[in-house]
Design a protein around this ligand. Structure first.
Ligand code: ADP
Ligand code: MG
Length: 781
């Protein structure tokens, strides 16, 4: 075709002119152009096919064929296959009988063709049809035909576009676009279309509502006017980036018409065909506010947990702590944040582990429990925790661990134990006191009579021997009763300032004579220990008991240390420490109980520590025992500090009794045993006894003119008793000595004696010699 290039060009021009003039229907125009082309090429046939992009949905149909007589179903089918094989073709193709594709070869064969020129027809990128030139021979010229088809294909495509079919397609697309537009308008998210320069091309109602603009206003704006955080440069960069990436999602802030700024979340896509960005914009004001509110409430709760006076901790199903508040750290004896990450089991002794694991198991089944756990702190100290633990669940209701609230109940439980012990001691004290009092009268009678008659029997006689044994037995019984009475005593008799160091030194002097050689006695006295208010005899007895216990605990020897110290908080300490056997837990727990002893019968009475406990309590002090097996024992007594040590006069014991003449003794006592015993003793002493069973009777005798030399007045009697009788006696007989006899030298008796001149106290039961000495002293004056 090179030779007649000019002719061809002329023909094309002519062809196009014809086309432009043509006004008939697309079908007719297609037919006309096909005829023209066939003439131009000298081809056997020219076919214009119309079809959709997807041949299965819209199979090809022949819009025009020249010459018309070649139209046949067989041809149609064959061409359809050819088009199908080259559906993706972008430019015109030449297919020859000698094609390398066997399928093409087979088709050409069956259609009796030598070559085919094929040009795809496209409108706006959509494949709408194919233009074909067919020939019997494999012509050299067909190559040029193909190029020509390529040139002309847009014209044929336009013809196809005008067909009714295409119009319908377009309408459908438009309707769909309308639908989308409506959807965008109705969308709850804001919607903007922005061009390259940032100009707003479109905005939906939601965006107008959130920004406060009307459509005319917004179309005059650029995205830079709406975006509150990004500078214009940043916005332009954003647009470029979007073009590169295709889509983007980011948070930012937009400015309302009234100037207010609100947080936004944007999801944008870039539409290359239109060179615009389409953005969906969500107003985050409410979400941000809700998040802030949630954060504030969370912070508030966290703060509450932080300052709570109880330990609070979260743990996983294996009892490993995940979180803990400062109080929880403190309770476990750890620095802040020390508990998180640790296992509860690491703080438990073996027997506790099993118990706690059982509770954890119950929790995984959804149960809440309150229980006590003993933990061992890193410093070795044990604490008892009162725990309430409840399961934690996830959104599906699955148990994911525990929430435990706990407090350190160690001190509380100790106080409870102390209170229980105090109660027990109190009731046992009452029991022992009552019993001892009655016992005293029994012993008093026996002792009185035995000691009286022993003097009257000849030395070496059988009766004298028997009476001596009775006397000995009574004296031992009296000691036991005294122990009981000491234990039962609730208040301190003869209260006065007692220098603590003197007390210890006195005890040490006594011990030095009796202590075994293998026990070393050490004193560690604080010169500042000063004085306490109390009864030196009772305190001495306590100290003696503690030292005996210490020596009993060191049969192999060791050291016994007595120490005093001035403590802070107005207290002084008196401690007795030994290096002996120490006490196992079960002994320690019961050691102060009256009559509790681990010693063999006859050696221990079990009253030593209970006496100490009661005496210390009566002195407003505290007793504490620290002991463990093999570690020795330390008993600490704490007393209120009274003052510094000062010069004090120890009252000298009264001198020996002198001889006594016969006197009249008024004996006021309701107990028959005492009456006869004392009367017998007085008789042996050479005195005359006048008996009165009660205070009332005694006063009647005095009113009748009785003038005794001495009155023996019992404290505990029915009726007036000693307490009401004494003032009346004192008034009626001012100069006569009165002896108050009592089994319990308690504070009331002491006060009574002190309040009246010439009154002294006689502790029951007493021996003949004791009574004789006292009367001798009183009647001498
Ligand atoms: P008793 O000495 O008559 O047994 P206590 O009340 O004095 O009665 O003591 C009660 C028990 O406490 C003793 O039997 C002993 O087991 C234990 N105990 C007391 N003091 C000590 C000590 N220093 N060392 C070891 N054990 C002691
Ligand atoms: Mg003892």
């Amino acid at each position: 075709m090179h030779s007649d290039n000019a002719a061809v060009q002329f023909m094309i021009l002519d062809f196009l002119q014809e086309t432009l003039r043509f006004t008939a229907s697309p079908g007719e125009m297609g037919q006309f152009l096909a005829r023209q082309l066939r003439e131009l090429f000298g081809a056997r046939a020219v076919v214009l096919l119309r079809h959709g992009a997807d041949l299965r949905l819209e199979p090809p149909e022949i819009l025009a064929i020249e010459p018309e007589r070649l139209r046949s179903a067989r041809l149609m089918e064959g061409l359809g296959r050819i088009v199908e094989l080259h559906g993706e073709a972008r430019a015109a193709l030449l297919l020859a009988k000698a094609s390398s594709d066997p399928r093409v070869r087979a088709l050409m064969e069956s259609l009796g063709l030598g070559s085919i020129s094929l040009a795809p027809l496209r409108v706006g990128g959509l494949r709408v049809g194919t233009l074909l030139a067919l020939d019997h021979l494999e012509l050299q010229r067909m190559d040029d035909v193909t190029r020509l088809l390529d040139l002309l294909s847009p014209v044929f495509a336009l013809i196809l576009r005008d067909t009714a079919h295409f119009a319908a397609q377009e309408a459908k697309v438009l309707a769909q676009a309308e639908e989308y537009r409506a959807l965008l308008q109705a969308n709850l998210d804001g919607y903007l279309v922005v061009d390259e320069t940032g100009r707003i091309l479109e905005a939906n109602q939601a965006y107008l509502d959130m920004s406060g603009y009307v459509p005319e206003e917004i179309r005059a704006l650029r995205i830079q006017d709406l975006e509150a955080l990004e500078s214009p440069e940043e916005a332009a960069e954003h647009f470029r980036e979007m073009r590169r990436l295709g889509s983007q999602r980011f948070t930012s802030a937009h400015r309302r018409k009234d100037g207010a700024v609100y947080p936004t979340e944007t999801s944008a896509i870039f539409v290359h065909g239109r060179n615009v960005a389409v953005a969906f914009i969500r107003d985050l004001t409410e979400r941000v506010a809700a998040e802030a509110a949630l954060q504030a409430s969370e912070a508030h709760h966290r703060e509450l947990v932080e300052i709570l006076g109880e330990g609070v901790a979260l743990s996983d199903p294996a009892d490993t702590f995940l979180e803990a508040n400062p109080e929880a750290d403190r309770i476990f004896g750890l620095p802040r944040h020390g508990l998180a990450g640790r296992s509860l089991m690491a703080f438990l002794d073996a027997p506790e582990r099993k118990r706690v694991a059982d509770y954890t198991g119950r929790r995984l089944e959804g149960r809440t429990d309150s229980y006590q756990v003993q933990i061992r702190r890193p410093d070795g100290s044990r604490r008892t925790l009162q725990v309430t633990a409840t399961p934690r669940r996830d959104a599906q209701g699955q148990v994911t661990g525990s929430l435990a609230v706990f407090r350190d109940a160690t001190d509380e439980l100790k106080a409870q134990d102390a209170a229980r012990l105090a109660q027990k001691m109190e009731s046992l004290g009452n029991l022992a006191g009552g019993l001892a009092h009655d016992m005293n009268n029994v012993l008093g009678a026996i002792l009185g009579l035995a000691t009286t008659h022993v003097e009257l029997q000849p030395e070496g006689s059988a009766l004298r021997g028997a009476l001596e044994v009775i006397t000995k037995a009574c004296l031992r019984g009296r000691n036991m009763v005294k122990g009981l009475l000491d234990f039962a005593r609730k208040d301190v008799t003869g209260e006065r300032p007692v220098p603590l160091n003197d007390l210890v030194r006195g005890e040490a002097r006594l011990l030095e004579r009796t202590i075994p050689g293998n026990i070393r006695l050490e004193l560690e006295l604080d010169p500042a220990a000063g004085t306490i208010l109390g009864d030196p005899d009772a305190l001495g007895l306590v100290l003696m008991n503690l030292c005996v216990n210490a020596m009993d605990a060191m049969p192999e020897g060791g050291s016994l240390r007595l120490a005093t110290a001035r403590l802070d908080g107005g207290q002084v300490l008196l401690s007795v420490a030994d290096t002996g056997a120490g006490m196992p837990r079960e002994v320690l727990e019961r050691a102060v109980e009256p009559f509790f002893t681990t010693k063999s019968h006859g050696k221990g009475t079990g009253l030593g520590l209970s006496l100490a406990y009661n005496t210390v309590k009566a002195h407003k002090g505290q007793l504490e025992i620290r002991s463990s097996p093999g570690q020795g024992t330390t008993i600490e007594l704490r007393f209120p500090y009274l003052g510094a040590e000062s010069a004090h006069a120890a009252p000298e014991p009264a001198g020996a009794a002198g001889p006594a003449g016969a006197r009249v003794i008024l004996l006021v006592d309701d107990d028959e045993l005492i009456q006869s015993a004392v009367a017998a003793q007085l008789e042996v002493m050479g005195h005359r006894t006048v008996l009165a069973e009660r205070g009332e009777a005694a006063m009647a005798l005095v009113d009748d003119g009785l003038r005794p030399d001495l009155v023996l007045l019992d404290m505990n009697m029915p009726g007036w008793g000693g307490e009401r009788t004494l003032p009346k006696l004192r008034a009626a007989l001012p100069g006569v000595p009165v002896v108050l006899s009592t089994g319990r030298a308690d504070q009331r008796t002491l006060d009574l004696a002190r309040a009246h001149p010439g009154v002294c106290i006689l502790a029951k039961p007493c021996s003949f010699n004791e009574l004789k000495a006292l009367l001798g002293r009183l009647l001498e004056r």
